[in-house]
Design a protein around this ligand. Structure first.
Ligand SMILES: Nc1ncnc2c1ncn2[C@@H]1O[C@H](COP(=O)(O)OP(=O)(O)O)[C@@H](O)[C@H]1O
Ligand SMILES: [Mg+2]
Length: 228
């Protein structure tokens, strides 16, 4: 892997945990301090990735295409990731920029590895093979109560569906409680395994309380970029 100079920060957590909200708030705070972060989401963030996203997140996909096999789902997640690493993440890091990425490989470990029961080892092997094992410098893990996150995600997804003429991003939301408990447990296990990279925030506080905690963590980690 090419040596990198920028800072790679990923946001993780279940659906409705507040990742997208917090990426936006942090990005705005950085801009006010003269730092222009590169924003990215997975799946998505590149033209190829946005196509993959619409397949993987739309609940109609399994009806239109036939049930998407869990292995195919995993492979598509990594196809998206490999593309965004080449097209967006590495170029930005080589320019010395801060990349804020909404989901990354921990999501695959939690959703496909644990949720779909494909196993962490398989996911981590793909990460090594297809992503050059590129690790974030910092991962913010938002972990609100499972029910609270699901409720927020349902309301948000309903709004999305109304605004996008029937297209939705609900495909994972229809999974049962056991699926989301496995996702939640996998995230907690990743945080316990890699405490130097992953900082967990309970995620039950207000948007502003959580944003404040995130700013403190980021400031401590990337003082070189962000003047106090
Ligand atoms: N701390 C919070 N307290 C209450 N509602 C929140 C909080 N963070 C986010 N939300 C709301 O919950 C919904 C899901 O948040 P979002 O950022 O889209 O989550 P994610 O990207 O993790 O799925 C949004 O409608 C958002 O406004
Ligand atoms: Mg989101």
């Amino acid at each position: 892997m090419i040596p990198v100079r920028g800072t790679f920060i990923t946001f993780e957590g279940p659906d409705g945990s507040g990742k997208t909200t917090q990426v936006r708030v942090l990005a705005q705070w950085l801009r006010e301090r003269g730092v222009q972060p590169v924003l990215l989401r997975q799946p998505g963030g590149t033209p190829l990735g946005e196509r993959i996203r619409s397949i993987l997140l739309d609940s109609r996909s399994d009806l239109e295409l036939g049930p998407v096999a869990p292995m195919a789902e995993l492979a598509l997640m990594f196809a998206d990731r490999a593309q965004s690493i080449q097209q967006v993440v590495l170029p930005a890091l080589e320019r010395g920029e801060i990349v804020l990425c909404d989901r990354y490989t921990d999501s695959s470990e939690a959703y496909q590895g644990a949720g779909r029961s494909l196993g962490s080892e398989r996911v981590l092997a793909l990460h090594q093979a297809l992503c050059g094992d590129l690790q974030p410098d910092l991962t913010i893990l938002l972990l609100p109560d499972v029910e609270q996150a699901l409720e927020r995600a349902r309301r948000r997804n309903e709004r999305f569906r109304r605004q996008h003429g029937g297209k939705d991003e609900n495909r994972f939301e229809v999974e049962g409680d056991a699926f989301f408990r496995r996702v939640h447990a996998a995230y907690a296990a990743i945080a316990a395994r890699e405490p130097q990279r992953v900082v967990t925030i309970s995620g039950n506080g207000s948007i502003e309380t959580i944003a404040h905690s995130i700013r403190e963590i980021v400031q401590a980690r990337i003082a070189a970029f962000v003047p106090a």
